[in-house]
Design a protein around this ligand. Structure first.
Ligand SMILES: *[C@@H]1O[C@H](CO)[C@@H](O)[C@H](O)[C@H]1NC(C)=O
Ligand SMILES: *[C@@H]1O[C@H](CO)[C@@H](O)[C@H](O)[C@H]1NC(C)=O
Ligand SMILES: *[C@@H]1O[C@H](CO)[C@@H](O)[C@H](O)[C@H]1NC(C)=O
Ligand SMILES: *[C@@H]1O[C@H](CO)[C@@H](O)[C@H](O)[C@H]1NC(C)=O
Ligand SMILES: *[C@@H]1O[C@H](CO)[C@@H](O)[C@H](O)[C@H]1NC(C)=O
Ligand SMILES: *[C@@H]1O[C@H](CO)[C@@H](O)[C@H](O)[C@H]1NC(C)=O
Length: 403
């Protein structure tokens, strides 16, 4: 199929712009972060404690400080262990929410984490206990406090009404399986009901709340940093391809084919918008599938399933071009009905799924407002053209009926 590429469609320049945008975002993303001075800017810095290292964690506004004492020999048990003072602060969900900090001896993820969970009871007293987070917790079983292998001493928790942060302080004695040059740190916040910590939210920020850290240098690596570029690319490409070019292509076909405006170039314009939308969107889709497969410990099933349906439907739309009946063929009518039905369904599914994707990022507002703006502009254009169509339709009818 040979198609002239019309200049109306935002083709190469636009794609070039998007690519350079993505590259610049990538350059700004560090894959490693280090700790900084702890004297100010931390909610635990004024507690008069000896904190040698601290850093802001990647999500949930959490902060982590520590003081590493080195290895000690524990004579009664004849074991050597590592002593660390830890300071962890985060704003809970509401004044009575819980905050948690823990270490996972295996990998930086929730199941298997030995955690400290703290919150404020409605009567004002504080709660801070150790919890063994298992795979059952992930399945939704109610969490209750239990012993953990890590010895916890001098634990305390304070709530600062000024900053709204809960701060957990403790001295840990880490057994040998915790290598301080690659500790898997996990943190989380959530709400409390009947003195029981409830399941945390299911946003990306909550799932990303883990890092592998080297306590002697403060250097850390996180999944969040590693995947940031891919997630941005997935979002931008999906919104540009599926969310912008595909609806523009549909508008072109609906309003500029014959009525209310006959524009001879509508067909190449329509096809090139849809093809470039399909190519850009599919690139975003492939990145999305990669993101889904690289997050083995959680998944966003509805968003993924919608994405797969959208990709399948739009592939069918593109393939249907090759079996389009010729003008004058009786089958063209049925082909058109099929093509329109699938096309409109597709646009509805795309809009829902982009909002679903944005919801995963909540409460990050920028994506939501950008896309809402885009949808409003497209809706405004469609409504205006629809009104224009009807006015023109009524006028034409009157003209035809004139005696
Ligand atoms: C703070 O801790 C470091 C490292 O453990 C130690 O060298 C220093 O003397 C401590 N300072 C105070 C004031 O306790
Ligand atoms: C302490 O453990 C080491 C090996 O881990 C062993 O060689 C030593 O005999 C033990 N000492 C006592 C007093 O149990
Ligand atoms: C506050 O409430 C909790 C849970 O209901 C209870 O365990 C605790 O003893 C209470 N503290 C005080 C000081 O009443
Ligand atoms: C904590 O849970 C793990 C399984 O995730 C289990 O192997 C371990 O023995 C538990 N620890 C304690 C102290 O019960
Ligand atoms: C915990 O911290 C609070 C405030 O810093 C303090 O008043 C309280 O005595 C501490 N509790 C323990 C057991 O150290
Ligand atoms: C801890 O991890 C570092 C870096 O992977 C490694 O070089 C070191 O041998 C490990 N230490 C222990 C005690 O396993």
């Amino acid at each position: 199929m040979q198609l002239p590429i019309p200049s109306h469609c935002p083709n190469t320049n636009f794609i070039y712009f998007i690519l350079s945008l993505l590259i610049s975002i990538n350059l700004c993303t560090k894959t490693e972060s280090t700790s900084t001075s702890c004297n100010e800017g931390y909610s635990f810095s004024k507690m008069g404690r000896n904190i040698t290292h601290c850093k802001k964690l990647g999500t949930l506004k959490a902060e982590f400080g520590w003081n590493y004492h080195g290895r000690v020999h524990d004579f009664p048990n004849n074991r050597s262990s590592t002593l660390v003072d830890i300071f962890f602060s985060a704003p809970p969900v509401g004044a009575t929410g819980w905050v948690a900090w823990g270490l996972n001896p295996r990998k930086p993820f929730m199941a298997g984490t030995r955690a400290l969970i703290g919150f404020k009871h409605p009567n004002g007293s504080m709660h801070l206990e150790t919890y063994n987070i298992t795979i059952d917790t992930k399945r939704g079983c109610q969490l209750s406090s239990s012993a953990i292998e890590v010895e916890v001493n001098d634990k305390n928790i304070t709530y600062s009404a000024d900053s709204g942060f809960l701060t957990i302080i403790a001295t840990l004695s880490l057994p040998q399986e915790y290598n301080i040059s690659k500790l898997n740190l996990v943190w989380q916040v959530g709400s409390v009901k009947d003195s029981m910590p409830q399941m945390h939210d299911d946003t990306l920020k909550n799932f990303d709340s883990a890092e592998t850290i080297d306590l002697s240098s403060g250097k850390s690596t996180s999944v969040r940093h590693r995947l940031h570029y891919h997630r941005t690319a997935h979002g931008v490409l999906s919104i540009v391809g599926w969310g912008t070019l595909v609806p523009i292509g549909a508008i072109t076909a609906r309003y500029f084919k014959e009525f209310p405006v006959k524009f001879c170039g509508w067909y190449p314009l329509h096809v090139s918008c849809q093809i470039s939308g399909y190519l850009i969107g599919s690139t975003g889709w492939v990145i999305g599938i990669y993101l889904g497969s690289s997050s083995r410990y959680y998944d966003f099933t509805t968003h993924r399933d919608f994405g797969i349906i959208i990709f399948t439907f739009s592939t069918l739309q593109v393939l249907a071009l090759f079996v389009r009946p010729k003008k004058g063929d009786d089958h063209l009518r049925y082909w058109n009905i099929y093509h329109h039905l699938l096309g409109y369904t597709l646009i509805v599914l795309i809009t829902i799924n982009i909002f679903k994707g944005i919801n995963i990022l909540r409460p990050e507002k920028i994506w939501k407002w950008t896309y809402m703006g885009l949808v409003s502009v497209l809706a405004f254009v469609v409504i205006s053209l629809e009104v224009f169509t009807w006015i023109k339709f009524v006028k034409c009818k009157r003209l035809n009926h004139r005696p």
